[in-house]
Write a protein that binds this ligand. Structure first.
Ligand code: SAJ
Length: 427
């Protein structure tokens, strides 16, 4: 289908990957005047975008429709649409595969872009990855396939994504953007590119520091969540209210930042990103990044701790897990998101099913097909809560009727300390 491709004032931007990072970037770039190729290998995503239908919680269908109406937003899965770009931003996934970094999406994006680089164009990597990826992996591939010199014939840099899906306050435009270039010329071009798109840019001296900064941000969270999780386990055995202790510590106006115990750590960031750091340290230095490994271990075992608490709580009431009705409230990895990736709630469900419980999941946001377990999905009802031998609060979405749960449940294990009542135990 021939579409008008009039060059906008700002030139042609290609965004590789139209997920929760790439799509908001594409929308903003169209808004400021770029012609944007929203490239994704997933044809169903491209078709949805072309029909003005969103699949990202932070981008509305009307935003996509407005972008399409400018005739400067072209969803595509055809690599030839990439030709002649001025800027190309890579926003592809960097998952773990068998516990190790999987950079296949970055390498295939680089291979697709390389032959299509023209003199004066810029390539920016945004995917979260280990320090060194831009200069050691992407740069050589782009030079090899383009026969051009990075930093001279074309510009190259790294700018980590900081999108927090569902965050009502911080978005792509108002979150400060770290920017870096492989040399001064690249930094200048890339910094100016982002200055056009976001309120504030922060220049770092090289891609390695920007890659490391991003991993530091999420490793900081992962380690501190693990700290309070391990504290919760010991406080429970010591008969101390860890939530009250955290509330007290949080009253300190400096030098402290509260984190809260939970059923474990899920999502696309915390369980993944720190392992990119520990992998690099191990590979290059042969050293163990002990903080990351310890945090992974503690957070990974929290679902088992939750299942053990359920078992002990039922035991107290003369019941076995086997044959009990267990209602899980919220299977997403955190409240108010539909994402069940690496969700600890799913691990809790799996272990209770294995113990022979009848597990009922209440979560209107999560897609059933994302959870491959023999559990029963139900809509919230007073009856289901009344019939439950235990109700486990895992990810309390804002639309749940928590008061009704407190009123109707005989026994609640609240792993998020969101409820008040006599029939409630906390993590
Ligand atoms: N979690 C706890 N206790 C806490 C904080 C988090 O158990 O005190 C758990 C959550 O339940 C979840 C996991 O950790 O299962 C991750 O939670 P998160 O709040 O870190 O949420 P994410 O994974 O969506 O992280 C994103 C990150 N954003 C980016 O990487 C761009 C992170 O840097 C943000 O700080 C975070 O959102 C945020 O602040 O919401």
């Amino acid at each position: 289908m021939e579409r008008s491709r009039e060059m906008a004032v700002k030139g042609k931007l290609v965004v590789i990957g139209q997920g929760y990072v790439g799509l908001p970037l594409s929308m903003r770039a169209v808004e400021v005047g770029y012609t944007v190729i929203g490239f994704d290998l997933d044809k169903s995503r491209v078709d949805q975008l072309a029909s003005g239908t969103t699949y990202i919680e932070d981008v509305s269908s009307s935003q996509i429709k407005s972008a399409l109406e400018t005739d400067r937003f072209i969803p595509s899965f055809d690599p030839s649409d990439i030709d002649g770009f001025d800027f190309c931003v890579i926003t592809v996934p960097t998952p773990l595969r068998d516990g190790l970094p999987d950079l296949s999406y970055i390498t295939s994006a680089s291979s697709m872009i390389g032959p299509r680089i023209k003199k004066g164009s810029s390539v920016i990597l945004e995917s979260t990855t280990y320090p060194g990826t831009t200069s050691e992996l992407v740069l050589p591939e782009l030079e090899r396939l383009s026969n051009l010199v990075a930093g001279v014939d074309f510009f190259l840099g790294y700018s980590p994504e900081r999108i927090d899906p569902g965050n009502p306050k911080f978005n792509f435009v108002n979150t400060p953007k770290l920017v870096s270039g492989i040399n001064k010329a690249s930094l200048e071009v890339i910094s100016n590119f982002y200055k056009d798109l976001v309120d504030e840019t922060v220049e770092l001296k090289s891609p390695a520091e920007a890659e490391m900064a991003k991993l530091l941000e999420n490793t900081f969270r992962h380690v501190n969540v693990a700290l309070v999780n391990e504290l919760a386990v010991f406080a429970n055995e010591l008969g101390i209210d860890v939530w009250e202790a955290i509330r007290g510590a949080a009253s300190k106006p400096f030098g402290f930042m509260p984190f809260f115990p939970g059923p474990g750590v899920g999502g696309h960031c915390l369980p993944i990103d720190p392992s990119y750091l520990s992998w690099k340290v191990k590979l290059q230095l042969g050293e163990n990044f002990r903080f990351v490994e310890l945090a992974n271990d503690i957070n990974h075992h929290m679902p088992q701790f939750v299942s053990r608490r359920v078992m002990l709580g039922l035991n107290e009431r003369g019941k076995a897990v086997k044959g009990s009705n267990i209602v899980l409230v919220g299977l997403a990895y955190k409240p108010n998101t539909s994402d069940a990736r690496e969700s600890p709630g799913v691990s809790v469900a799996a272990s209770l099913i294995e113990l022979g419980a009848r597990v009922i999941a209440l979560d209107p946001l999560v897609r059933k097909e994302d959870v491959n377990l023999p559990l029963e999905w139900k809509d919230f009802s007073k009856e289901i809560i009344k019939e439950a031998d235990v109700v486990v609060i895992l990810s309390p979405h804002r639309d749940f009727d928590l008061d009704e749960i407190v009123k109707s449940a005989s026994y609640i294990l609240d792993t998020r300390h969101v409820l008040k009542g006599d029939n409630i135990e906390y993590l």
